[in-house]
Ligand binder design. Structure first.
Ligand code: PEP
Length: 237
C-alpha cells in the first residue's frame, strides 16, 4: 500500500527559518513526504524538487478576489496536492461542507490530489456521533463528484489536533474502516485514509501498527525536521 506523510506547516516559520528547514532536508530522501508550507514559501520547496501541497485555495475560479489563490494557479505551479476542509478552516473561516465541495470540484478539474480533512469534535465523540458526522462530511463534501481517484481522506479528530490527545489504535482502525466502507458504498472503490492529530516522533511507533492507514497528516511535529524525518522513516522505508 502506498504511504505518504503530509506535513501541514500551517502559518508558521519566517523566511530565515524556512531556509534552515530546507537545509536540513538537503541530501535527504524525501520521497513519500508532502510538504505543505505557508503558500508564499511553496516556490522554495518546489525549487528543491520536493512534493508539495497547498493548505487551501479559493472557492472561485479566477479573477477579482483579492488575496485569494485559485486551484488553476496552484496547478500552474506544478503543485500536486491540496489540503481542503481542515478543521481550522471550517472553524475560523466558516468553511461549510458546501464551500468545501465547491473547492474540491475546482481542484479535481485542475487535476490536484485533494486531501479532504474530516473529523469530529469531543462533544460529537462523547455523544457517539462520530460516524454520523464523518458520513455527513463525506457525503456533502463529495456531493456530485463522480471520480474519486484523486481524493485522499485525512481523518482528524478535532479534539486531537494540537492537544496531545490521541484515540486508541483500535478506535482509529475502526473509524478508518468506517470511512473506507462509506466510500466503498458510494463509489465501490478503496481510498487512501490518513490519520492526523498530535502525531509525533514519540507515538509514531505505536500508530504505525494500525494497518488500514495510508499514512499520516502531521502538524506541529512537522516544523522540526528531525521529528518529521523520524516519523517518515517509521512509515516509509
Ligand atoms: C493538523 O492540524 O492537521 C494536525 C495534524 O496538527 P497536529 O499534528 O499539530 O495535531
Amino acid at each position: 500500500m502506498e504511504k505518504i506523510i503530509v506535513a501541514n506547516m500551517k502559518m508558521n516559520l519566517h523566511f530565515d527559518e524556512v531556509n534552515n528547514y530546507l537545509n536540513e532536508f538537503k541530501n535527504y530522501n524525501t520521497s513519500g513526504l508532502v510538504f505543505c508550507p505557508t503558500s508564499i514559501y511553496l516556490p522554495y520547496f518546489l525549487n528543491s524538487n520536493y512534493e508539495v501541497g497547498i493548505q487551501n485555495y479559493a472557492m472561485y475560479e479566477n479573477g477579482a478576489y483579492t488575496g485569494e489563490i485559485s486551484a488553476s494557479q496552484v496547478k500552474s505551479m506544478n503543485i500536486n496536492y491540496a489540503i481542503i476542509g481542515h478543521s481550522e478552516r471550517r472553524e475560523y473561516f466558516e468553511e461549510t461542507d458546501n464551500i468545501i465541495n465547491k473547492k474540491i470540484k475546482l481542484g479535481l478539474e485542475n487535476n490536484l490530489k485533494i486531501i479532504l480533512c474530516i473529523g469530529e469534535t469531543l462533544n460529537h465523540k462523547e455523544n457517539n456521533q462520530t460516524n454520523e458526522i464523518l458520513k455527513k462530511q463525506i457525503v456533502e463534501g463529495l456531493k456530485d463528484i463522480k471520480d474519486i481517484n484523486n481524493i485522499i481522506i485525512a481523518y482528524e479528530p478535532i479534539w486531537s489536533i494540537g492537544t496531545g490527545l490521541i484515540p486508541t489504535n483500535d478506535e482509529i482502525y475502526d473509524t478508518t474502516n468506517f470511512i473506507k466502507e462509506e466510500i466503498n458504498r458510494l463509489y465501490n472503490k478503496d481510498i487512501m485514509v490518513l490519520y492526523g492529530g498530535s502525531v509525533t516522533d514519540e507515538n509514531i511507533n505505536v500508530l504505525s501498527e494500525i494497518n488500514n492507514l495510508s499514512g499520516f497528516l502531521v502538524g506541529g511535529a512537522s516544523l522540526k525536521p528531525d521529528k518529521l524525518k523520524r516519523i517518515k522513516e517509521t512509515i516509509i522505508y
